[in-house]
Design a protein around this ligand. Structure first.
Ligand code: NAD
Length: 487
């Protein structure tokens, strides 16, 4: 295989994300030979740990995987710990010395990946120090990987971006949206642009509506502190949902390569119809979970204000005003403590113009991308019912699920994204312009909501275990539609 050479410097190396996602993903890359001899990881955080302690943490984080003791030891021997306060200039000097020593030992050819796995408030400071204390190399690449959230509105996102761009050019900035690493999200362009049946039909003439569901069964768990200030709109819609909308509504790229894809995604997000406050009222619904299924209400969760007005559910009707998709409602919904965990996209096609079979109603063709929990796709068709005395139509499904063997090889979570960073392929990351247009859209909703004086008893408005407030169903009913996915 194609061995990659790089030094990873992970800021926030003792954190939850690093342990739960990054180390297992790096290990998978290691097992497949993409990382081998010429890689090392420096983890930094405030605590004064030894390398041994850190390596033990790394081994623990992969202990649930298929791994021999020897593999775990070899892999973790590439990990080094450096205690570090992001504001302390001297610490960056120490870090540089360590990085240079490791360069001599492992020969990364000067390639460095700076991974920011800590609170976004530190990103600007780290960028500045990394550059001024000369942690970047002359030869080789220097790439920055940035976790979400990227700002909390247009203004803060612009500020953050300016402070990063002062030190790193856009082409070296990799903004993570981990949904873009999911196999079935990555399959959207494949289905759309390699099948003429879909290529030809993918426009307002044939698509009636698109439905995007990102439902979670879990509640707010340990993230209440962050979530109280963010809410579902900022946490899920600005990034994951709008990135999905872009993939579903963009025009075909000239070639499937990062520059070309970005260009089309940016155009799609730029074409999002931005609502005025009245438009927000008509097109967006928010909710907050109350008790149910033996679970407590959001307002009763740890670290949550008992009068909280934070939304744990959002549904909306989105339009992308470009030539091919104008007028096609894109219904989106996401929320916590819903009936089950499921991520899917249902593309609902218009009915045949006329029913030659006379009796009964024809069902619409629906193409579904099932992202989680069981990745696959499905196409609903009308076909002939097996029946002796009457010629009638019934709906049937073409289903494809990747078999177990393929599923076991599917890159999980961050693995694909980390690999792309090493390859310099930014197609599955959010470009700054995409982030900007997404925030512009989300801000219009947030601002309208913030101006509205919600009565205290507006929330909770849905029970744990349901699929959200009734208004989310009514939203589609108004258009004569309904959610295809109704667990
Ligand atoms: P965390 O609180 O578990 O870890 C933060 C890390 O930063 C720790 O290693 C801590 O020691 C270090 N740190 C904090 N202040 C520091 C300072 N002043 N100097 C040096 N080190 C310091 O956070 P997390 O959950 O791992 O999240 C990290 C980032 O990833 C955040 O941007 C978060 O929004 C994002 N993110 C996390 C998840 C997740 O599943 N945990 C998911 C998506 C995005």
């Amino acid at each position: 295989t194609n061995e990659q050479k790089a030094l990873f410097i992970i800021f926030g190396g003792t954190g939850d994300l690093a342990q739960r996602k990054l180390y297992p993903s790096l290990f998978n890359l290691y097992k497949q030979g993409y990382l081998k001899k010429h890689f090392a990881v420096v983890g930094t955080a405030r605590r004064p740990w030894t390398n041994e302690r850190y390596q033990e943490i790394v081994r623990n984080s992969i202990s649930g995987m298929e791994v021999t003791a020897q593999q775990a030891n070899e892999f973790s021997s590439h990990f080094y710990y450096q205690s570090h306060n992001v504001n302390d200039t001297e610490h960056y000097e120490t870090l540089r010395k360590l990085a240079d020593e490791l360069e001599n030992k492992y020969e990364f050819e000067g390639n460095r990946v700076f991974y920011f796995a800590m609170s976004p408030q530190f990103f600007a400071t780290i960028c500045q120090h990394v550059k001024t204390q000369e942690l970047v190399t002359e030869k080789g690449y220097n790439r920055v990987v940035i976790e979400k959230p990227f700002g909390h509105d247009v203004k803060s996102a612009c500020e953050l971006n300016d402070s990063i761009n002062k030190y790193f050019p856009e082409k070296d900035v990799y903004r993570i949206d981990h949904y873009l690493g999911k196999e079935m999200i990555q399959s959207i362009p494949a289905l759309r642009f390699s099948n003429n049946i879909f290529n030809a039909l993918w426009n307002y003439r044939y698509i009636d509506n698109i439905q995007i569901t990102l439902s979670e069964a879990l509640g707010v768990e340990e993230r209440a502190g962050y979530y109280e200030n963010a809410g579902a709109l900022r946490d899920m819609v600005q990034n994951h949902i709008l990135q999905t909308v872009a993939l579903l509504t963009m025009n075909a790229p000239t070639m499937y390569a990062d520059e070309d894809i970005r260009k089309e995604k940016i155009s799609a997000l730029k074409a999002l119809r931005v609502y005025d406050p009245e438009g927000v009222k008509q097109n967006f619904v928010r909710g907050q979970y109350g008790p149910g299924n033996g679970q407590v209400a959001y307002r009763e969760e740890n670290q949550v204000d008992p009068h909280s007005q934070t939304e744990t559910f959002v549904a909306g009707r989105i339009f992308v005003d470009n030539m091919s998709m104008a007028g096609v409602p894109i219904y989106i919904r996401t929320g916590k403590r819903l009936t089950k965990k499921e991520t899917r996209i249902d593309v609902v096609f218009k009915n045949a113009p006329y029913n030659v079979f006379g009796h009964g109603k024809l069902k619409r063709n629906i193409l579904s991308f099932k992202v989680e929990p069981n990745p696959g796709m499905e196409l609903r068709l009308n076909g002939k019912k097996v029946d002796f005395d009457q010629y009638s139509i019934q709906s049937m499904h073409l289903r494809h699920e990747h078999g177990e063997e393929i599923q076991s090889k599917m890159p999980v979570g961050y693995e694909k994204l980390l690999y792309d960073v090493l390859q310099g392929d930014s197609a599955s990351f959010s470009h700054w312009d995409e982030v900007y247009y997404s925030w512009r859209f989300v801000d219009s909703i947030r601002q309208a909501w913030d101006q509205e004086n919600l009565p205290e008893d507006a929330f909770p408005n849905y029970a744990c275990g349901s699929m959200g407030p009734k208004a989310a169903t009514d939203l589609l009913k108004e258009d004569g539609n309904k959610w295809h996915f109704r667990p």
